[in-house]
Design a protein around this ligand. Structure first.
Ligand code: URA
Length: 433
């Protein structure tokens, strides 16, 4: 077996499971070069692997490193999103679930393509560390009940490598690669139940509803087939999920919501829907509706924010973060309004373009290993249906310098289409179980 012949077999639509498994091992142990990994990813994206190949790649990537086993007095659960813009749900959901008697060793990712990454967001908190290693992760489960960490070098190392290469080679948008990427990490983390947030709309990697359904089905079938109780919600990403996009800005919005200072209802509603699913899947509540009620209660009565604060401290952040986040999160040096292109109503937003604008501001990576500027992005984002004009800009841009601000202003203006208010779109569009 060698990398060139496996790549050629994928290119020619005749990849075999043992070849894919060999390639996954080669990613982990360094036998496969970066160039070969990029070519492999592009061949998979263009040709697809089929059901059998997708399952083989997922399992081999899962087995490319350690598999965790837990001995905790409650179910071990997690959620994963296929990637969005302004989507900071993990920061609310992990502590909320931990308040409901389940354990959440959340293994998260960095920004991918135009989408934000949970780890990049959390690293905007001074001192917060996501590279904990397994012994510390186990301690965090006992001390706090939740943690948000990077996959250690030993969990699905094949994905760690391929993920970074896909991010910079235009090879994210593949049902097979997304499935193998997400599930290799999640299945290796030893979960009892998993809920997937599969995005649909202009900010999703796979924007069309039919593609999102196919991805949701592939994820749910592959995960359940591997013994992890899993369901998926297909949710709206035809607009940024919340009012901010950018690492520190999203953390501030989460804190405003958790503390009740300024609640973003869509953050709460999606957290409640996903959390309700999880609590039902792992048998903590008889159904998702009762699960949702429990999550809503802990989000609003202060328990979730208290747990978030404990998680921050346990992962190296400031003890007073919950009280002083507004001063502890560093602001960008340039903050300017983004004028509406014309007065009127927003008909649509190209959400991917908003995410790309954040990446170009420095909030994501254009090349592997680029540093991320936590301060930049957009706040006060207007949404489809909102009236904008001289008194209501499209957003505030937060930039490292005036040139960056100007480029982002032009990009956001170009991402917006003015016209009739669109028909309302449900945040949760479908459930796939
Ligand atoms: N999240 C992941 O972990 N991997 C993907 O490919 C997409 C979203």
């Amino acid at each position: 077996m060698d990398a060139r012949s496996v790549i050629a077999s994928v290119r020619d639509g005749c990849a075999r499971p043992d070849g894919l498994a060999w390639f996954a091992r080669g990613l982990a142990d360094g036998t496969v070069t970066d160039a070969q990994a990029g070519a492999f990813a592009m061949a998979v994206l263009l040709k697809g692997l089929g059901d059998e190949g997708r399952v083989a790649l997922t399992r081999a990537m899962r087995d490319s490193g350690d598999r965790l086993r837990w001995d905790l007095p409650g179910p071990v659960v997690d959620k994963h999103s296929t990637g969005g813009v302004g989507d900071s749900i993990s920061l609310l959901l992990a502590p909320a679930l931990a308040c409901c008697g389940v354990y959440v060793p959340m293994v998260s990712g960095r920004g991918l393509g135009h989408t934000g990454g949970t780890l990049d967001k959390l690293e905007s908190i001074p001192g917060f560390t996501v590279d904990t290693g397994e012994p510390r992760l186990r301690a965090l489960m006992r001390e706090v009940g939740c943690a948000i960490v990077s996959a250690s070098g030993r969990i699905a190392p094949a994905d760690r490598r391929l993920y970074a290469i896909r991010d910079v080679t235009g090879t994210v948008e593949s049902v097979d690669l997304i499935t193998a990427s997400i599930l290799s990490k999640k299945l290796a983390a030893g979960l009892g139940a998993l809920v997937l947030d599969v995005k649909v709309g202009s900010g999703a990697f796979l924007p069309a509803l039919e593609q999102a359904r196919t991805l949701a089905r592939a994820l749910v079938d592959t995960a359940n087939g591997a013994g992890c109780r899993t369901s998926a919600l297909v949710t709206d990403m035809d607009r940024p999920l919340a009012r901010t996009a950018g690492n520190a800005l999203e953390v501030a919005e989460v804190m405003d919501t958790l503390t009740g200072r300024a609640v973003t209802p869509r953050l709460v509603d999606l957290t409640v829907a996903l959390g309700g699913e999880i609590l039902a899947l792992c048998g903590q509540t008889p159904d998702a509706t009762q699960g949702a009620a429990r999550i809503r209660a802990v989000l609003t009565d202060g328990r979730a924010v208290e747990r978030f604060g404990r998680m921050v401290v346990a992962q190296g952040g400031p003890a007073d973060f919950v009280d002083r986040y507004a001063t502890l999160l560093r602001p960008a040096p340039v903050i300017r309004p983004v004028p509406a292109p014309a007065p009127g109503t927003i008909a649509a937003i190209d959400t991917r373009a908003v995410g790309e604008a954040v990446v170009h501001l420095g909030g994501g990576r254009l090349r592997g290993g680029d540093p991320v500027d936590p301060r930049v992005g957009f706040s006060d984002l207007a949404a489809p249906g909102d009236a904008v004009g001289p008194d209501r800009p499209l957003a505030l841009v937060h930039a490292a310098d005036p040139a960056g601000a100007e480029a982002a202003i032009a990009a956001l203006q170009a991402a917006v289409r003015m016209g009739e208010a669109p028909a309302p779109v449900a945040l949760v569009q479908e459930r796939i179980a």
